[in-house]
Design a protein around this ligand. Sequence first.
Ligand SMILES: Nc1ncnc2c1ncn2[C@@H]1O[C@H](COP(=O)(O)OP(=O)(O)OP(=O)(O)O)[C@@H](O)[C@H]1O
Ligand SMILES: [Mg+2]
Length: 285
Amino acid sequence: MDQAEGLRRLHRRATRVIAVASGKGGVGKTNVVANLAISLARSGHRVMVLDADLGLGNIDILLGLAPRYNISHVLSGEKTLRQVLVRGPQDIWVLPASSGVSAMAELDARGRSRLIDAVSAIDLQLDFLLVDCAAGIAGDVLTFSRAAQELIVVLSNEPASVADAYALIKVLSTQYGQRRFRLLPNMVRDAREGQALFAKIAGVSDRYLDVSLDLAGSIPLDAALRSAVRAQRAVVESAPDSAAARAFASLAERVQAWPLPDGAGGQLEFFMAQWLQADAAAPSA
Ligand SMILES: Nc1ncnc2c1ncn2[C@@H]1O[C@H](COP(=O)(O)OP(=O)(O)OP(=O)(O)O)[C@@H](O)[C@H]1O
Ligand SMILES: [Mg+2]
């Protein structure tokens, strides 16, 4: 193996970190993360999901998993990260959130160093880490969104969702200099409604913000997804031929084709470092 091939291999093994946020709650973040994760895993990628809704996380419920432990057990030193991780459909790894820790900001130095140690010790050779953010546009949501390599902003065709998606983009761009955002309209009638929603936000941000927005695709409103949620399964598993499942599959295709951005941003170690140093970096406002 020559040096160039060695470098290419290293490159291929880089973990891509994608955060999924929305501002407004209940617009479909957790479903996007779960179904995208499973679809990527189905294409042969090693995928981990971080439930970053630290206080109220529920991706384990969505996937019908019953984790015995969660991130709080890593922080207390009772368990290693490996003992806390659970496997979901298509062998995705899930790091369950805890109800005991409401924000990373509350972690003391010991908790932080435990988490760094735990993550450094992990050797999962991940291709993708998907981060399911909490609702809102403050605190951890901003930290995770900034630390990730890619940010998918999920929105629906409701004024509050559009306003909150725009507010999230505005805060990240004006306060943190973030420039690239991917929008994912959810619960739309058809692709055209998704494009119109994208055009609405792009129109305003082109005028007032220095950002570049991409339309990541769109996910239709689909009764099959609702049934899947009730059955505690991902729709790509329970109804793979449904419109929503097909949209998630094509989203996964597109995500795999996203170019690797330059620089260290988004690599797993970088992501962890950003996350854990969030306090120091956060503005005092
Ligand atoms: N494409 C869709 N078609 C039909 N229903 C949907 C769709 N996407 C989401 N829903 C409905 O919205 C509900 C909320 O979805 P989800 O839990 O993924 O949102 P969320 O953004 O993660 O919420 P939270 O902000 O509480 O974390 C689902 O339980 C489902 O009933
Ligand atoms: Mg959620």
